[in-house]
Design a binder for this molecule. Structure first.
Ligand SMILES: [Zn+2]
Ligand SMILES: [Zn+2]
Length: 259
């Protein structure tokens, strides 16, 4: 079965296409399940690169009505890609229980550092930052609120050497996912980003084999996610490359979050 559970829309202000554009692209590519996971708003804080809170209800209503309209071709799911901040635990529950979301994907971009400062993993300055990032993910997974971790190896986007902190951070994320039975996402969007010369060589920023070779030694379930920001990307060559690499790495792939 073909599916995708990491899909953005125009609402996050850095992706293109309406929900219906993505449904049509998914149907054309032969997908039977499509989950929307646009960048989630927080009710009282704007961390940037995400939909406004005022858009949330329309996003959910739109997916519901498209699910009816296209029910003979595809099954749609309502999700959000969202960071874990402990002070928003009630909000995550409200999204799942009152707003009727089918799932939350933990997409950690903005996180709390050990000094209490909010930092962005795209701009980690040291592997201490990377450790803090992993700890935040771990705490999030322990809540049981998240169905999968989006790009759990996003930390490799930084121009940092791979050291004992990197090793510990990767192990921490993998052990937490395993203990809490959370799926890890093998993210195709990393293949859309250009190769760059990092301290460990020329490569895409992620997915990184350093992380995934460790995952391959566990029973953790892995899902390939498109992380598409245009309808054309939904099932493109990057998704095919990601799927092939994931199989070569010996990862235990699952097709769906919902059976
Ligand atoms: Zn995005
Ligand atoms: Zn995403």
């Amino acid at each position: 079965m073909l599916s995708n559970f990491h899909t953005h829309t125009y609402r996050c202000k850095h992706a293109f296409g309406t929900e219906e554009d993505y449904v049509l692209s998914a149907v054309r590519s032969g997908l039977s399940q499509l989950g929307f996971s646009d960048h989630a708003p927080f009710p009282d804080q704007d961390f940037g690169y995400r939909m406004d809170y005022s858009e949330l209800q329309d996003y959910l209503d739109t997916i519901d009505s498209l699910n009816n309209k296209y029910q003979s071709s595809i099954r749609l799911f309502k999700g959000l890609e969202i960071e874990y901040h402990p002070e928003y635990t009630d909000y995550y529950r409200q999204l799942l229980e009152e707003k009727g979301l089918d799932y939350l994907a933990l997409g950690e971009h903005i996180y709390h550092s050990r000094s209490g400062e909010l930092k962005n993993i795209f701009f980690a300055e040291s592997t201490d930052d990377v450790m803090d990032y992993a700890e935040n993910i771990c705490k999030g997974l322990e809540t049981g609120l998240f169905r999968f971790v989006a790009h759990p190896d996003l930390l490799f986007i930084n121009d940092l050497p791979i050291d004992e902190n990197t090793e510990a951070a990767c192990s921490m994320i993998i052990e937490c996912a395993s203990k809490n039975h959370v799926i890890l996402e093998y993210n195709a969007n990393g293949y859309r980003r250009e190769k760059h010369l990092y301290p460990d060589g020329l490569r895409h920023p992620y997915p990184h084999p350093f992380f995934w070779n460790k995952v391959a030694k566990t029973d953790i379930q892995v899902i390939v996610g498109s992380d598409c920001h245009t309808p054309e990307q939904l099932y493109d060559n990057s998704v095919e490359s990601a799927r092939e690499s994931a199989l070569q790495l010996g990862l235990k792939l699952t097709d769906s979050l919902f059976y």
